[in-house]
Design a protein around this ligand. Sequence first.
Ligand SMILES: Cc1cc2nc3c(=O)[nH]c(=O)nc-3n(C[C@H](O)[C@H](O)[C@H](O)COP(=O)(O)OP(=O)(O)OC[C@H]3O[C@@H](n4cnc5c(N)ncnc54)[C@H](O)[C@@H]3O)c2cc1C
Length: 341
Amino acid sequence: MTNRLRIGIAGAGLLGRLLALQLGRAGHEVHVHDPAAGPDARGAAGWTAAGMLSPVAELETADEHVFRWGLRSLDLWPEIVRALPRPVELRREGSLLLAHREDAGAARRVVDLLAAKAPADHQAQRIDGDALAALEPSVRRGPQAWLLPGEGQIHTVQAMQALVAGAPNTTWHWNSTVERADPQRLQVASGTLAFDWVFDVRGVGARPQLPVRGVRGEIFWLHAPGVELRRPLRLLHVRHRVYVVPRAPDLVVVGASEIESEDRSPVSLRTTVELLAAAHSILPALAEARIVHSETNLRPALPDNLPLLETSPGLTRINGLFRHGWLIAPALVETAMEPLA
Ligand SMILES: Cc1cc2nc3c(=O)[nH]c(=O)nc-3n(C[C@H](O)[C@H](O)[C@H](O)COP(=O)(O)OP(=O)(O)OC[C@H]3O[C@@H](n4cnc5c(N)ncnc54)[C@H](O)[C@@H]3O)c2cc1C
């Protein structure tokens, strides 16, 4: 490359790590600042995410841009993961929407909405009980089912670790809070740092420069060696959107609540009862699973719940990835790097 830039990144969450990887690989000198105590401190929402890569299913709440960025990212993830120095579980065997018969009304609404919003070549496919049993033998017989071919999942914890390990030309500044991010400037406790270009990817920490808020999400990890699951399941329910995602080794992740609150306190009893009962209702073998971990975090969301990618000379802000960060981050990073080329 001809033009080696000095880049400052505010935030070492999902976006900050992915930007560091790609900018470092492009030969730039990268500095990442984050208040976390180190690379494994679990403040960023990226750690907590289930890692579903679901452009079609997310159309229930997202728009055309999220869908397109999602499709592009599904194509980018394999190459990103291949270049990392540690293995990261990445699967693309589709996902399943399930609904108990008594929730058929709620399911019809969602399926009709997806049918209206998704292009013809990305429609949910209704499958019968035999086809469901062939795809996922552990799922209880009886629910209505739709297959979303091409959707996928990524092991977010492995990916967060591998992204740091794999980013070349990058200096990680832990315990370093960015108070302001401005064109070519990051303001930290020791003063103002100068760069050729700055990326502000502080998630919920970008306030007051962006009107971002945190949306509480709670998840569980279950150790379930007897449960054979190949792909993410989403249960369409009158009150909840519950998903169950297989994760190596022998884990399933059950999530997630979506609560308008910035409370980071531990998982509530109500969420525990409701999510785990719903998950058990589709996977009876979960009865003997062990709850090995639960976690709460905040999804960074803007007032319209849509992502923001805003570029001005010397500064790019990306935020509001909300429920879709893992789904769309590679495409956003690709677009964000275009002005530097
Ligand atoms: C329960 C849950 C489940 C989810 N499931 C999925 C899913 O299945 N699929 C999917 O695509 N997405 C999912 N998400 C969403 C996804 O995790 C987020 O969209 C994504 O992590 C946002 O990335 P980010 O880099 O913008 O923010 P984050 O990952 O939150 O990173 C922000 C970083 O900025 C740092 N920071 C904060 N303040 C400052 C400051 N002042 N100075 C410097 N740094 C600062 C933080 O320490 C953090 O490291 C889920 C989220 C949650 C909470």
